[in-house]
Design a protein around this ligand. Sequence first.
Ligand code: A3P
Length: 352
Amino acid sequence: HPMVFPSSRVHFPKTSRRLPQALIIGVRKCGTRALLEMLYLHPRIQKAGGEVHFFDRDENYLRGLDWYRKKMPHSFRGQITIEKSPSYFVSPEVPERVRAMNASIKLLLIVREPVTRAISDYTQLRSHAATAILPLAESSAPGSGYGAKMSTSALYAKLQPAHGYDNALGSGAGAKETALSGRTGAGAAVRRGGATTTTTSVPPTTPSAAQLAAKSFEELAIFPNGTVNEAYRPLSISMYHVHLHRWLEVFPREQLLVVNGDRLIEDPLSQLKRIEAFLGIEHRVRSEHFYFNETKGFYCLRYDNGDRCLRETKGRKHPHVDPVVVSRLRKFFAEYNQRFYELVGEDLGWPE
Ligand code: A3P
């Protein structure tokens, strides 16, 4: 009898699932997905499909390294397996857990100007809050509790947790991150060996009471008396030095590369060249791999078998933020940015 294997087990000989040798640890909303997909243009890179959240979620961590390894794609010897879970950066228990797995792992940290990042974070939280609430809010089913008659203040109360919530995760229910679709053609079986992401499609919604009731970024970031709400999560995540400090207590500086997320948007190749050098792989990603898509307003990627842009949740339109609030926040971050520059030994030149 010929042996029959389940198709999920079929893969190229001489490949196996390996624990990652490099991690994208964050920061959320700084281009972590773009970075991973761009690195994947390189023949020596294999990526885990979704965000695995092994080190930051106890229920996963307790499953052990074999569970983690099984979440990884098949790779050839000499390839580098990369996983990205942006909440690793802000979760205190993670650096030590990563070190326990592999003390010489390479860490990639992508950052953006902190106020831009905070507004991007706000935009994402607001869109998740809206999509989580609107289908209910707009249903008029009697007795649902969230019918058309639900008051604005009740909706508003429902929306609050999403904003105040300690949401480093970025991929809570209904918000699972989606990636580009995998490539096809030669090598597809290997390339597709890893976990695939699922798409949670949300029906398009028109602005409604829920969205109108949502607080503005200005209200959430600045108290009525004019002081900055430092506990507001989109702001506290942007205090990079606080989080990075923990990592540098566990890992030597040379094991971490700081990627400039604002430059990744404008000139991806410059950042990718630095990363190739850092990872010790040949320069293989070239300008022909990118083309600027005017409609999207971002670079998209050119694979052998076709062109792909990131999904529409990447490169969202941000709400207008009062310039007075922006400059207030830039001043607020100036001191923190300085501490971050000192930690990394590089001035990123963010406006004050
Ligand atoms: P915005 O949607 O606020 O513009 P992450 O993947 O970590 O959540 O980061 C999302 C951010 O990646 C987006 O934030 C966008 O600015 C940035 N980005 C960088 N390069 C991109 C690209 N080529 N296409 C789309 N978004 C990109």
